[in-house]
Structures are given as structure tokens and as C-alpha cells.
Design a protein around this ligand. Structure first.
Ligand code: HEM
Length: 146
């Protein structure tokens, strides 16, 4: 499967489609939490780590908040709304200088993790729909030209 990355002009917000609920159904909530935790662990080893909480307890909490969101956006229980309120994702990311390069790094860190899910038998259709969501919605989080 190809993990194509979309490059859009800075400040544009291409239409985004939510991931298919089949992704959550196949991966399960526990699997989603593991996926997000692994993504954050990869972030810790990358050059975008300075954007993220440096305190370990806060970093672990960030994993939980993010996995709440991803479970919710995939059609699962509204954990994020219950714990953090309305998503307003672009607004929540506004305090962090997210450049196109940082977005690309963030996105690429998902590739080996999604490949692992494919190897474990998660369907290509479900993985593709999750990737497409990450690819496009991460453009929306880009708030700093360079
Ligand atoms: C599909 C795109 C993305 C989604 C759905 C997403 C989702 C989230 C969520 C749900 C949170 C927790 C917000 C909260 O609880 O208040 C969060 C926090 C954060 N995200 Fe993203 N994010 C995306 C892209 C990015 C990108 C591209 C970057 C940077 C390269 C980034 C950097 C951060 C940072 C620095 C935080 C704060 C960590 C914390 O203290 O909780 N995000 N993101």
C-alpha cells in the first residue's frame, strides 16, 4: 500500500473525510491506544519532540487525550468531548508552531506503525481511510509557514 502525502498551499484546508468506523472496529479501542502511544514514542525520538510536553506525566496524558480523540473520530464513544470538551483541533494546535516540515515528520512517523497493522491483518481499505484522514487533516494543523 502507498502512503502518499498531499502537499497543499499554506493556509488552505482541503475537504477532510472522517476515517471509516471499520478502522476502529478492526483495530479495537485498545489497539488504537497502542497505536497512538507508539506514535508519541516515535515523536519523542524525533526532531519535533520540542513541540510536545517535556514532562513525562504530561506526555503520557497527551497520549490519552489524543487516543480519546482518535477513537471518537473513528465513530467510537465520545471520550474526547467528555474529558476535554469540543475538539476545535486547529485552535488547540495554535499555541504550537507547526510548519509543513513538522507536519510531514509527524505524518511519516505513522507509516511504519500502519504497515505493522497491515501485517497484523487489518484491511487495506480501513488503513487507507485512516491514513487519508491523517494526511488531509494534518494540513489543517499547519499554522506556521516555515
Ligand atoms: C490529523 C492531524 C492531527 C490530529 C487529529 C491531532 C490531534 C491532537 C489531539 C486530540 C491533541 C490533544 C488536544 C487536547 O487534549 O487539548 C493534540 C495535541 C497536540 N498535537 Fe496534534 N493532532 C494532529 C496533528 C498534529 C501535528 C501535525 C502536530 C505537530 C507536528 C501536532 C502537535 C500536537 C501538539 C504539540 C499537541 C499538544 C500536546 C499536549 O500537550 O497535549 N498535532 N493533537
Amino acid at each position: 500500500m502507498n502512503f502518499d502525502i498531499t502537499y497543499a498551499p499554506f493556509g488552505t484546508r482541503p475537504p477532510v473525510t472522517k476515517p471509516s468506523p471499520s478502522f476502529l472496529a478492526e483495530v479495537t479501542e485498545e489497539g488504537m491506544r497502542k497505536l497512538i502511544s507508539k506514535h508519541y514514542d516515535s515523536i519523542k525520538e524525533s526532531d519535533i519532540y520540542p513541540l510536545f510536553p517535556q514532562d513525562d506525566a504530561e506526555f503520557e496524558q497527551a497520549k490519552l487525550n489524543s487516543s480519546d480523540f482518535f477513537i471518537q473520530i473513528c465513530g467510537g464513544p465520545a471520550y474526547f468531548n467528555a474529558h476535554r470538551g469540543a475538539p476545535m483541533m486547529a485552535k488547540r494546535h495554535a499555541p504550537f508552531a507547526i510548519t509543513p516540515k513538522a507536519r510531514e515528520t509527524w505524518l511519516k512517523l505513522y507509516i511504519p506503525l500502519l504497515e505493522e497493522l497491515l501485517e497484523q491483518g487489518v484491511s487495506e481499505e480501513s488503513v487507507k481511510s485512516f491514513w487519508n484522514y491523517l494526511d488531509i487533516f494534518s494540513i489543517w494543523m499547519t499554522n506556521t509557514p516555515q
